[in-house]
Design a protein around this ligand. Structure first.
Ligand code: PMP
Length: 419
């Protein structure tokens, strides 16, 4: 209103900047960013894709740029069948549902994508959320409440941590991918307490994979444990049917819940959980991040259903993506870069740098040569590391992978990361 505008205008922006208020806790971050941008580098967190030509090519500031920092692992975003399904649903069902899944927001498209998920995973239950973030938030907070325990890997995704806070369960962290520490910490918990163990198939910062059979064997030694695996970065790529790392490692029968997302291999937006638990459907009534938000637009669920059904038959794409990952890992190792894993374990290859200045300089040099990668920094990264995260796509051609290695060589020498 005019009155509040006047009240706020009473102070100048400079006075507001200097005042202590709820923003004061961000002062150190603001100062750090201002100092970095004052050196003349581009802001790694403010890139705009002016045009996207394919899963692997975009125009950024007028320059054709190879995309090596998307989660478009299977390159489904421009699949003609996927795009056509979205257009059809937009025409037939409109732009949005304007309602919750439990009220007016369940269309036949939402049921169809849940059927596609059940077929893809071979489970009796599937529940679709508006994002993968909300799927973790909803599943963890609804399953594990006050008095229950969530046992999680220290490097877990933010949505897993946030799910614990929302549910008010006790959080017990174990050392990243340590079977021994997981076993030890479970052993200290009351035997009669209910416990949810949360694991990820692929850890997205370093691109390393969890040793699921050993971890599950450790969990089975302790009573009252259920297991949830987040396959956000494994879906589409791992396992004969593309279900994820838990399929590839042969532990499908031991996992109670699989959480995933449509925002990576599926190529759109949305999240889900699949399970064989006979009481799974009750979650639709009690899971707050499912109930108290609008459902996905009809065009989104139509593209997701089409994409998921095509991913079941994408064995050739999976094979090509593995080849790309192995070639890039070898190429960067030969050039002398320090990588997140000794062997390629997933479609993510992390290049570790010494500090923020070097990471930003390298990131910018790559961009100027026509290559986009993601920069990641603490607190998202483990052990305070700065890294450039390369995520490959099944649609990167052999020539593009060679081009990428060439760009890394040139940028690495200019910045002084390699000799
Ligand atoms: N889990 C993991 C491991 C993730 O990396 C992400 C997203 N980066 C999510 C969940 C959330 O997925 P969404 O983008 O669908 O919210």
């Amino acid at each position: 209103t005019e009155a509040t505008a006047t009240a706020h205008d009473a102070r100048t922006p400079a006075e507001m900047s200097n005042a202590r208020d709820l923003f004061s806790k961000f002062d150190a971050l603001i100062a750090e960013r201002e100092a970095l941008l004052a050196t003349g580098v581009r802001d790694p967190f403010a890139i705009v894709m002016d045009e996207v030509k394919s899963p692997t090519l975009a125009i950024i500031k007028g320059k054709e740029t190879i995309l090596l920092g998307t989660y478009n692992y299977m390159g489904m975003t421009f699949d003609p069948d996927v795009v056509a399904a979205g257009k059809r649903a937009l025409d037939e069902f409109g732009s949005g549902t304007t309602g919750s899944r439990v009220l007016n927001g369940t269309y036949q498209g939402h049921k169809e994508v849940e059927e596609a998920l059940k077929d893809f995973y071979g489970t009796s239950g599937a529940m679709v959320f508006s994002t993968g973030y909300q799927a973790n938030l909803g599943m963890i907070s609804t399953l594990a409440g006050k008095g229950d325990y969530v046992i999680l890997d220290a490097d877990s995704h933010a949505s897993i941590y946030d799910g614990c806070f929302l549910g008010d369960a006790e959080i017990v962290r174990f050392r990243h991918n340590s079977v021994e520490d997981l076993d030890k910490r479970l052993g200290r918990l009351p035997a009669d307490a209910q416990k949810l163990v949360v694991l990820e198939g692929v850890y997205s910062m370093l691109g390393d994979v969890a040793p699921l059979p050993d971890m599950i064997a450790a969990v089975r030694k302790h009573p009252n444990c259920m297991i949830l695996v987040d396959e956000a970065h494994g879906m589409g790529f791992f396992g004969a049917n593309g279900r994820g790392v838990y399929e590839e490692q042969g532990v499908e029968k031991d996992v109670d819940f699989v959480v995933g997302t449509f925002s990576k291999s599926v190529g759109t937006v949305g999240g889900f959980c699949v399970s064989n638990h006979p009481k799974f459907e009750v979650l639709r009534l009690v899971c707050r991040p499912y109930v108290f938000t609008a459902s996905l637009p009809p065009s989104v669920v139509a593209t997701a259903a089409t994409s998921i059904r095509k991913l079941m038959l994408a064995g050739e794409k999976r094979a090509h993506l593995w080849k790309n990952s192995q070639r890039l890992h070898q190429g960067l190792t030969d050039l002398g870069f320090t990588l997140g894993t000794k062997e390629p374990q997933s479609a993510i290859i992390a290049v570790i740098l010494t500090d923020q200045t070097q990471a930003v300089a390298m990131w910018q040099a790559l961009l100027e040569l026509g290559l986009y990668v993601n920069m990641a920094r603490p607190p998202a990264t483990p052990a305070g590391t700065f890294l450039l995260r390369c995520s490959l796509c099944a649609e990167h051609s052999d020539e593009q992978v060679e081009q990428i290695i060439g760009i890394f060589a040139a940028a690495g020498r200019t910045v002084g990361v390699i000799r």
